[in-house]
Design a protein around this ligand. Structure first.
Ligand SMILES: [Zn+2]
Length: 91
């Protein structure tokens, strides 16, 4: 699959996922990982982290593996960004 198609597929999936979990998070950038395996979607104000961060915005990144249909959500604030990775099925 071409880079653009993969980006679009990831964005499409993420928008429906955010709707499903009732999040008002906004996708502000989508990048492809260094190895080309993961799509990184940065989301502002995801609002699902249970840790109280001082920052108003709860910046998080979705790591999406389209080939294996897996995703992981990472809160980018300390100490959350030190937590082990948890992979979940996209569907
Ligand atoms: Zn957090």
């Amino acid at each position: 699959m071409q880079y653009c198609e993969r980006k679009n597929e990831a964005e499409y999936w993420l928008k429906s996922y955010l709707k499903k979990i009732g999040s008002t998070g906004l996708i502000h950038s989508i990048n492809i990982g260094k190895m080309g395996r993961l799509i990184l979607c940065n989301v502002r104000n995801l609002n699902i982290c249970k840790v109280d961060h001082e920052d108003y915005f709860n910046d998080s990144t979705f790591y999406i593996n389209l080939a294996e249909k897996l995703f992981s959500i990472r809160c980018n604030r300390i100490p959350c960004n030190k937590k082990p990775w948890i992979w979940e099925c996209m569907f």
